[in-house]
Design a protein. Structure first.
Length: 346
C-alpha cells in the first residue's frame, strides 16, 4: 500500500483511556470512536473520503487512523496481546501479514451476526478471523516503450538485455523473493531457488528502491523497465501517466487481499463492526477500484466497464493465480527477510 510517515494518534488513545477511566461522560465520548490501524497514504485518504466521513460520521462515530508501515503495527499487535485494552479497534493488513498475526492469537473470531454485509462477501475470500476489504493480483509490470516484445513471466527479468533495468520495491521483499523463486522453478511452498536467482539478478545490476513511490519515480523516468508488482498499483501508475503495462506471469502468481480484523482487546467492538460493514458498502468498494484499481470483495459492487476492462482478469489469467501458502510464509519469513537484507542487498 501507499505509505506515509505521518502517525496520528499513536498511543494516545490508550493513554486517554487510562486517564479517563471512571469518568462516565468521557467514557461515552470514547465509545463513539474507532481506531483503525492502517498504512495511510492513498489508502488512508480513501478510507477518510469514502468510509470515515460519509458513512461513519452520520452514525456519530469518530474515526482515528493510527498510521504506520505494517511491520511496526504487527509488532504492536503482538506486544499488546495480553493487555486489557489494545491500541487498535481494527487492524488493516495484507492477507499474509494477517495470517501471521492471527496465528499469534491476537484477533477475535469474527461474529458474522454483527455484520449486516457479511452475506455479500465473496465466499472464496472469506476467513474466520478477517474480512476481505479489497484485492488484486501479482503481475509483472513492464514499459512497452522499452520492452517491445511483451514478457511472458518472471523469467524475463533475467534476460541480460535488461541489465540494470529491473527494479524492486524494498518493502515487497517477500513478493520479490516469490517472483525469483518461481522463475527458478520453485513453487508456492518452495522458495529455495530464490536465493540463487536473486544473486543472479544482483549480478545483472537489479535496482532496489526504498518504497513503491520511489520505484514509481524510476519507472516514470524510465530508469527501470520491469518489476513485479500488484496489478492495482500498475493501474494507479498508468492513470498517473507512467508508461507501464502488465502480464500475469506464466509461472503462476498469487492474489493479494487486504483485510480488516478486530483485535481481541479492541476497546470498541461495536464501532469496529460498524466500520467493517461500511467498508463493504458498494460505494466504498467502487471508490477503491476507481482510484487504486483494487477489485471489490463483495458480490454487489459492479464496476464501470472501462475500469473492469483494465483491472479484471481473463479466465486464463485467473487460472494462473492461487492463494499464497500462508503457513510456509509464516515459517520462512525470517529466512526470507534475512537473505534479502544481508546478502541480496549487501
Amino acid at each position: 500500500m501507499n505509505i506515509t510517515r505521518r502517525a496520528t494518534l499513536a498511543g494516545a488513545g490508550a493513554a486517554f483511556a487510562s486517564i479517563t477511566a471512571g469518568l462516565p461522560g468521557l467514557a461515552r465520548a470514547q465509545g463513539r470512536q474507532v481506531v483503525v490501524g492502517t498504512w495511510g497514504g492513498d489508502y488512508g485518504e480513501l478510507l477518510r473520503a469514502h468510509i470515515d466521513q460519509p458513512l461513519m460520521g452520520p452514525q456519530g462515530i469518530e474515526v482515528l487512523q493510527d498510521i504506520a508501515n505494517a511491520d511496526p503495527r504487527k509488532t504492536k499487535l503482538i506486544a499488546e496481546r495480553q493487555a486489557r485494552r489494545g491500541t487498535f479497534d481494527i487492524a488493516c493488513l495484507s492477507d499474509t501479514d494477517m495470517h501471521m498475526i492471527a496465528a499469534q492469537g491476537a484477533f477475535d473470531t469474527l461474529d458474522m451476526g454483527k455484520l449486516k454485509r457479511g452475506a455479500a462477501i465473496l465466499p472464496a475470500l472469506a476467513k474466520p478471523y478477517a474480512v476481505p476489504h479489497i484485492y488484486s493480483a501479482l503481475v509483472l509490470l513492464y514499459n512497452p516503450n522499452k520492452v517491445t516484445t511483451p514478457p511472458k513471466g518472471f523469467a524475463d527479468m533475467f534476460d541480460p538485455k535488461y541489465r540494470g533495468r529491473v527494479g524492486f520495491s524494498d518493502i515487497l521483499y517477500s513478493t520479490n523473493t516469490f517472483a525469483a523463486a518461481m522463475a527458478g522453478g520453485g513453487s508456492y511452498d518452495n522458495y529455495a531457488p530464490a536465493q540463487q536467482k536473486l544473486m543472479e539478478l544482483r549480478s545483472l545490476d537489479a535496482k532496489i528502491y526504498p518504497s513503491n513511490e520511489a520505484l514509481a519515480g524510476a519507472l516514470k523516468s524510465e530508469e527501470v523497465w520491469m518489476t513485479p508488482m500488484w496489478l492495482a498499483r500498475g493501474f494507479m501508475w498508468q492513470k498517473a501517466g507512467i508508461p507501464v503495462k502488465h502480464v500475469v506471469p506464466a509461472e503462476g502468481a498469487y492474489a493479494i487481499v487486504f483485510e480488516m480484523a478486530v483485535p481481541k482487546n479492541s476497546r470498541n467492538k461495536d464501532a469496529a463492526y460498524s466500520y467493517i460493514d461500511a467498508s463493504l458498502q458498494p460505494s466504498a468498494q467502487a471508490a477503491f477500484a476507481d482510484r487504486m484499481g483494487y477489485l471489490p470483495t463483495v458480490k454487489d459492487a459492479p464496476l464501470p466497464a472501462e475500469i473492469a476492462s483494465q483491472i479484471s482478469l481473463t479466465e486464463t489469467e485467473q487460472a494462473r493465480l492461487r492463494a499464497p501458502d500462508y503457513d510456509y510464509l509464516l515459517k520462512m519469513h525470517g529466512e526470507i527477510l534475512d537473505f534479502w537484507n544481508k546478502q541480496f542487498k549487501a
